[in-house]
Design a binder for this molecule. Structure first.
Ligand code: GTP
Ligand code: MG
Length: 370
């Protein structure tokens, strides 16, 4: 007879860890999700929840990132995931272009970002930083919220010649709601009418207090166009990331979050995912949302096929059974049968949820995942 953690048992039962803890509390046992319980107690719980043991041994798992954590000693440092936010045309894409040394902006329809682009940049010190670009247009607010749920740090781009605009404020609010640290990049400093002090002062009205005004928000004056002070920005990001001590376990079956997905004419369903833990490998069987699939190819941010991808890497995955939704978790499982089981289980759950719940609230999603 083996002991099992409450979290693991909850996973196998497809229940919430917190619900099991509550039930145990009713049985006069004070345990947390990370603590182990003996088999008798586990069986009692299973009974209590109306599951039969058979079903549990089939381990029809609701894969959940929040409740089963990797042991501390398996964790390794990982790159930070940085989302660039800000008002339309304040220079988010230009900044990313400058950081990567490419020119995506010119290729965009009307210069407006229509999707979330994800790239990894390596600093002079060899440190990797993952960037997510998000559309700045008001119509794409939802997409921006999606972008932020995997975010460690937000870079708020504010054009020095413009000021605090509606979407600047929106970005500030989302960042605060997620409890994510922010770095302010005051852009377009090359313009004669640039007024960075005005930006800093106006930010005070939204309770964003930069260091020079004795607050704790880092700020940096840049020009994406002239590529000035970009190293300083990267340094500040690296510094902030260091404080966060970001870690993930690389040597396990991968879990990833879908950033965007579409049906590609030639390649079929393609998802851009961000690996949240583990290492994704070609040939892996996975479940994403309510679909199962097998990794046919992994494409990195340079458009090159790679064999595997580790934590905080943004990659495209081919080999999906359908187009998943942004925000879905992609989880590698042992084999195809298991993938089908989990997918089916999730489909049932999804149907239950659809009938039981109101539409997904993005703010809840934002907070739960962050
Ligand atoms: P959306 O994706 O539509 O929200 O815009 P964005 O924030 O990505 O802005 P984008 O990078 O497309 O830049 C908008 C315009 O500002 C373009 O014409 C850029 O050339 C210009 N721009 C961006 N950065 C700078 C800068 O540092 N200086 C100057 N002078 N112009 C800039
Ligand atoms: Mg853009």
């Amino acid at each position: 007879p083996e002991a099992i953690t409450v979290g693991e048992l909850a996973k196998r039962m497809g229940e919430k860890g917190a619900d099991l803890v509550k039930e145990l509390f009713n049985l006069d046992m004070m345990v947390t999700v990370n603590q182990t319980i003996d088999q008798d107690t586990a069986e009692l719980l299973v009974d209590q929840f109306g599951h039969n043991i058979e079903r549990v041994s089939e381990a029809d798992v609701d894969i959940d990132t929040a409740e089963d954590q990797d042991p501390e000693e398996t964790l390794k440092p990982r790159p930070p995931v940085v989302t660039i936010m800000g008002h339309v045309d304040h220079g988010k894409t230009s900044l990313l272009d400058a950081l990567r040394g490419t020119n995506v902006t010119r290729g965009e329809a009307g210069g407006i970002t229509q999707h979330i682009g994800s790239y990894q940049v390596t600093t002079k010190d060899g440190q990797k930083i993952t960037f997510l670009d998000t559309p700045g247009h008001a119509a794409f607010t939802e997409m921006r919220q999606r972008g932020a749920n995997v975010t460690d740090i937000v870079v708020l781009v504010v054009a020095a010649d413009d000021g605090i605009m509606p979407q600047t404020i929106e970005a500030i609010n989302h960042t605060k709601a997620a409890g994510v640290p922010m770095i302010v990049a005051i852009n377009k400093m090359d313009k004669p009418e640039a007024n960075p002090d005005n930006i800093r002062t106006r930010l005070l009205e939204h309770e964003v207090i930069v260091e020079s005004m004795s607050g704790d928000v880092q700020d940096v004056e840049i020009s994406a166009k002239e590529k000035t002070n970009l190293d300083e920005l990267l340094e500040k990001i690296a510094l902030q990331a260091e404080l966060l001590e970001l870690k993930a376990r690389p040597d396990r079956m991968a879990e990833a979050r879908v950033i965007e997905a579409q049906l590609d004419k030639g390649r079929g369903p393609v998802a851009t995912v961000l690996i949240t833990r583990g290492t994704l490998k070609r040939g892996d069987t996975f479940v994403v949302g309510t679909q199962s699939g097998r990794v046919r190819a992994i494409v990195n941010d340079q458009g090159k096929q790679i064999k595997e991808a580790g934590p905080a890497m943004p990659v495209e995955v081919l080999g999906l059974g359908g187009v998943p939704r942004a925000g879905d978790v992609l989880a590698v499982v042992e084999n195809e049968q298991r993938a089908r089981e989990v997918a089916q289980y999730r489909q049932e759950k999804a149907t239950e949820k659809r009938t039981a719940l109101a539409p997904t609230n993005f703010d809840t999603m934002f907070n739960n995942i962050a």
